[in-house]
Design a protein around this ligand. Sequence first.
Ligand SMILES: Nc1nc2c(ncn2[C@@H]2O[C@H](COP(=O)(O)OP(=O)(O)OP(=O)(O)O)[C@@H](O)[C@H]2O)c(=O)[nH]1
Ligand SMILES: [Mg+2]
Length: 464
Amino acid sequence: MVRFLPVYIYHIKQHRLDNFLAHTAEGMATKNAIQDIWLALSSSTVLQHFLPMQISDSANPPPSMTLRALAISAALFIAFVLVASTLFLLRAGVPSADVMEVHNLGSYTPILPELPAPKTKVPDPVAWLKENSDNKYAVSNGVWSSMSLNKRPKAALISLVRNSELEGIRQSMMQLEMRWNHKYQYPWIFFNDEPFSEEFKAGTRNLTAAKCYYEVVPKKHWSLPEWIDEARFMNSLEYLGTIGVGKGWMVSYHHMCRWNSGFFYRHPALADYEWYWRVEPDVHYFCDINYDIFRFMRDNNLKYGFNMNILDDARSFPSLWSRTLSFMRAHPQLLHPSANLTWLLDSETHSYNNCQYFSNFEIGSLAFWRGAGPSAYFDWLDRAGGFYYERFGDAPVHTLSVGLFAERRDVWYFADVVGAGGESAAETGGYVFEGVVRGRLDEEEGGLEWGGGGCVGGRWVWGV
Ligand SMILES: Nc1nc2c(ncn2[C@@H]2O[C@H](COP(=O)(O)OP(=O)(O)OP(=O)(O)O)[C@@H](O)[C@H]2O)c(=O)[nH]1
Ligand SMILES: [Mg+2]
């Protein structure tokens, strides 16, 4: 009997008890065993035999008390298990009418495993925006709002800027504070290749209720690395100036592109941060932004956000694509398995089409940049001297990095965060994206031509 116990319980579970008991060998044996126990327990001889107060005859002396107790306990235990499991399982199961009807002899239904639901939620940025575009989590909504259990991302507004650009950065700050950051109060971190003046600090600090930090870029991140031939660099400055590659003749511009390409995320001041929003002087923000952008990035597993694409001057990086190809061949394991460079490749030549995310504005994950792929790619380009012998810009380097080490659904088009640098700001005056039609760049919205040469060949639709 005991050896049939698991089989018995299994069949109760499957609601096939009748079937099992009536039509299978084990079932018959189990049934007989149950009946035997019942008979044994109910027969007066046996009861007399085991009851402690019985009067025994001398020919058949009673078993010892321990043996009796054990036998009674075992019988009661088995009976209890059978009754309790039957009651419990039948109570939780389907109505018995169904059991009778469905479980006919021969209609064996295999047990299907039930897979657990996926643990990670699939992001839905548009749904997120609908739920959270009421300034949810804004610090300025009061203490309770900022004390949410839902932790605030470690994020900062960062700006590489010169002392001489104080007015320009004040302009950007005032607008961004007015449109967004007075509500969320993320800190500002300013970087400079020399110490910030007191005037700069005072002139920026008084524009925000958030904390401001002033950092100097380490010398070794803002000087010629030892493997660069200085004479060759000087020649290239002259050459780039002669052919008119924008700012290509300025030594500082080369350092700036290199720092923004691969060093900003390694700066110790950002070590405790996970997200950044890059702000430049003289950028205009035309729309109020009513949600926490950093939470949006984090909650939707996004790695990079842009608001504009332009074609760069290909003469500034003649060897960039061939060096990118050699990197891909040397480190295929670092590439994102779903990397899709299609929109960055010329349909005829299949080489880089010079399209780039305009990096005057970018919002990103520092963890992404610190990852093995982007760092190794930057080091590869840096070793080849492209930031000095040519004028590799941080925008194409970031664009190709995102293409190589992220997938399309990691990238968000911030159509609602309209900003532009310098003259292009005027072109965008009055141009406002409305509603929650975000994450798309298409002709109706004007994105393709905006800023003098948007270069997404078609619509930018999130995740496609
Ligand atoms: N501290 C410091 N900041 C710099 C230097 N050169 C550029 N920057 C900053 O680096 C960022 C990019 O420089 P830009 O001159 O705007 O270069 P760009 O973005 O390629 O050019 P635009 O298309 O005109 O915006 C800006 O925030 C500048 O303030 C420099 O020598 N020192
Ligand atoms: Mg700029």
